[in-house]
Design a protein around this ligand. Structure first.
Ligand SMILES: NC(=O)c1ccc[n+]([C@@H]2O[C@H](COP(=O)([O-])OP(=O)(O)OC[C@H]3O[C@@H](n4cnc5c(N)ncnc54)[C@H](O)[C@@H]3O)[C@@H](O)[C@H]2O)c1
Ligand SMILES: [Zn+2]
Length: 695
């Protein structure tokens, strides 16, 4: 490949990873790999400037604005930071600063580099008026309502001589504890988990529902002050200043007088940072004096007066002692590596402490699935490499094959049967995971279903959280969600169990005293009033998440109607595809599930939606039929449907010759449009429709 082609290839790859990272909060490769690709591109561009593309990823801040929020211009551009992974480059940065300042004395401020998303807050006359993401550096997403959920962020600042207009910047992040909680929740709900706290923070700050953002326990550290006039003389002064105004200034910062002290700071925090309640991925070094910052200026992408030093993820050898297999709520079987330190090879496994990695002891790492085992080519007894970075969950990155001669190793045989219930495992075409099909008897699947059932977004029986289900399940009191409704005071009072955390070995004692029992029973009783759509979601039917449950409930209006629906009737519901329809059909065909639904109904759960009666506005659309497709400016699709019905019209699901109107929004499928044209159906825009009903 010639340099021109390589430049093009690298640019395309980096654009792609940027999109995934900033728009979808997903990292397909590690930050280190990303940064190496970017460095390679930078070097090639320096050597062959003629091939550099105008929009090269080396020239721009990687993010973008999204359509979901208002895009607003930044008063001062929000740039990125140049980065390095080694001391030598750090010293070259120091050389550039020295040369740039022509021999003037200078100081640095060292700060931790928090791993979250960059946020900007504008204050007018002391009042928070705007919170914006970095976006593409010039424009960002306005997420004021979401940033207002950060408890530590002052909504109003009172201090003498405040500048009338100023901006504070900082890092919005998700503390590790919130992250773990959120991921457990995602897991219970059968949704994809976030790979690391940064992606979780970025996704959570960009939710449409601020109440949900508030619940996710986000926080923010502030580390920049900007205003039109020279309010402070140095970064140090500004940090002290905004702190005195009540801002949550990032902890751990330090003023140093030369690059050696910077390097000391880096070493000091390498291990210490692991004990912070949030993820950090390095150190940021900034020239202290604002006058000197001005003198040094900016490149297209980052300030010349700052750089970040990133810690490489720690990677260590370990011994793979055995592989165990975990069965999840959906029946998916995940191989888990059981590891020990090299020095513990001869110890019985129950006595090993694990590998010391990034501040914690690691004994287990996920191996994801059978394909991953094959890809790594590992064997039991192998010396493997374990890594832990922003990912929090440790992973195995490779095998040290040179160690194979020294120790005996053994092939890993993926089980053919479920380790929990002995059913023969299956694998669906196109899926990587093997799963246990015995969803009505396999213990972890049963337990998982009950946990899902009581979840806040399902039946909302929070009084049963935190290990209580485990206790009831292990004591055989609750095997299916319906059993919850047979519990009573006498059955519960005095129950006790010690729960052992497999990872830490810590024991937690749970005991049911009067007050606990009261709370549990009250919670169960209250769940009888939970709306039908939640009940449907609570059943945990595969592919029937919250939104799908809502759609189905709105369409069929009762459990009875849904159960009776044929495949064709199911796929006729807008946005319900074949995969979901099959899953619903198969769920209701299982006798255990039929019994479950019947028992829940007897227990008094809501099995019918409370239909909103249609409020009649006019008879302008009397007898007219509509199909709604695409996305609209002023209405959600459900609202449009209501509007049509309120004016006497009827909404159908499919385009046919009898249809009167196709109400076409943006991004509608071309085939539907084509079909409507062929059949001579009138196609309406949103404005034309509004005109029809006299709006
Ligand atoms: N893995 C992937 O697929 C992928 C894709 C795109 C980008 N990335 C990663 O993201 C990087 C680019 O992101 P970026 O432009 O946000 O750069 P960056 O995250 O390396 O550094 C800049 C950011 O650091 C943050 N920061 C944290 N603490 C700070 C402090 N004390 N002072 C100042 N800023 C602080 C700010 O939000 C600032 O915007 C890449 O270098 C790469 O590591 C990874
Ligand atoms: Zn099983």
């Amino acid at each position: 490949m010639n340099p021109e082609q390589r430049i093009q290839e690298l640019s395309e790859k980096l654009h792609y990873y940027n999109d995934r990272y900033y728009q979808e909060s997903v990292s397909e490769i590690s930050d280190y790999e990303f940064d190496q690709l970017l460095k390679e591109l930078q070097a090639l561009e320096n050597q062959y400037p003629e091939f550099k593309q105008d929009d090269s990823p080396t020239q721009r801040v990687g993010g973008t604005v999204t359509k979901a929020f208002n895009a607003v211009y930044h008063r001062y551009p929000m740039l990125s930071l140049d980065n390095t992974y080694n001391e030598e480059e750090l010293r070259s940065f120091d050389d550039r600063v020295r040369r740039g300042l022509d021999g003037e004395a200078y100081e640095y401020i060292c700060e931790l580099k928090f791993d979250g998303i960059s946020l900007s807050f504008t204050y007018e006359n002391g009042v928070l008026v705007r919170g914006v993401t970095r976006g593409d550096g010039t424009r960002g997403d306005e997420i004021t309502n979401n940033v207002k959920t950060i408890r530590s962020l002052p909504l109003r600042v009172k201090a003498d001589n405040l500048p009338p207009l100023f901006e504070i910047r900082g890092e919005g992040f998700m503390p590790t504890s919130s992250f773990q909680k959120l991921n457990e929740e995602m897991d219970t709900l059968g949704e994809n988990q976030y790979a690391n706290p940064r992606n979780a923070a970025s996704g959570s700050f960009k939710l449409q529902d601020s109440a949900e953002t508030a619940r996710r326990g986000l926080d923010c550290y502030l580390y920049y002050f900007l205003s039109d006039d020279d309010y402070f003389k140095s970064h140090e002064e500004s940090l002290l200043g905004i702190k005195s105004w009540g801002f949550n200034v990032s902890p751990g910062w330090k003023k140093v007088s030369n690059i050696d002290e910077v390097i000391e700071y880096i070493h000091e925090w390498e291990e210490k940072r692991m004990h912070l309640p949030l993820a950090t991925d390095g150190i940021v070094i900034k020239v202290n004096s604002f006058a000197q910052q001005k003198e040094l200026g900016f490149t297209a992408k980052s300030p010349r007066w700052a750089i970040s030093y990133k810690y490489k993820a720690e990677n260590k050898p370990a011994v793979l002692r055995m592989v165990t297999y975990q069965v999840g709520r959906t029946g998916a079987v995940t191989p888990v590596a059981n590891l020990c330190d090299l020095s513990e090879r001869a110890l019985p496994y129950n006595q090993v402490k694990g590998v010391h990695l990034s501040g914690t002891r690691v004994k287990r790492a996920t191996l994801h699935n059978a394909n991953e085992l094959e890809r790594l080519g590992i064997r039991i007894g192998d010396t493997v490499f374990v890594e832990k970075s922003g990912e929090i969950i440790p992973k195995i990155t490779g095998v040290d094959v040179s160690q194979r001669e020294k120790y005996e190793t053994e092939e890993i045989v993926f089980p053919t049967h479920c380790p929990e219930c002995d059913s023969e495992l299956q694998r669906n075409e196109g899926e990587v995971a093997f799963f246990c099909p015995n969803d009505s008897h396999c213990p972890p699947q049963l337990k998982g279903r009950i946990e899902h059932f009581i979840h806040r977004k399902a039946m909302n029986i929070e009084s049963l959280g935190e290990g209580k289900i485990e206790l009831l399940f292990d004591l055989d009191l609750v095997r299916t969600p319906a059993d919850l409704y047979d519990l009573n005071y006498d059955k519960l009072l005095g129950l006790e169990k010690n729960l052992v955390n497999e990872e830490t070995g810590k024991v937690k004692k749970i005991s049911f005293r009067e007050k606990t029992v009261d709370n549990i029973l009250k919670g169960i009783d209250l769940s009888r009033t939970v709306p039908f759509k939640n009940v449907l979601f609570a059943l945990g039917i595969r592919f029937v998440g919250q939104t799908v449950a809502e759609k189905l409930a709105a369409y069929f209006k009762s459990m009875r109607a849904l159960r009776a629906a044929s495949y064709d009737q199911l796929v006729a519901v807008p946005e319900i595809g074949g995969r979901i329809a099959l899953s619903i059909e198969s769920f209701f065909s299982v006798p255990e599930n039929q019994l479950l639904v019947e028992r829940l109904e007897q227990a008094g759960l809501q099995m019918e939606g409370d239909e909103k009666p249609v409020e009649i506005e006019s008879d302008l659309l009397d007898g007219k039929t509509f199909v709604i497709s695409g996305v609209f400016e002023n209405f959600e699709r459900d609202e449009l449907k209501e509007k049509i019905e309120a004016n006497g019209g009827k909404v159908l699901s499919g385009v046919s010759g009898k249809l009167n109107y196709l109400l076409a929004g943006a991004n509608m499928g071309p085939s539907k449009l084509e079909k409507a044209r062929k059949l001579g159906v009138t196609i309406l825009s949103e404005e034309e429709f509004l005109a029809m009903i006299g709006n």
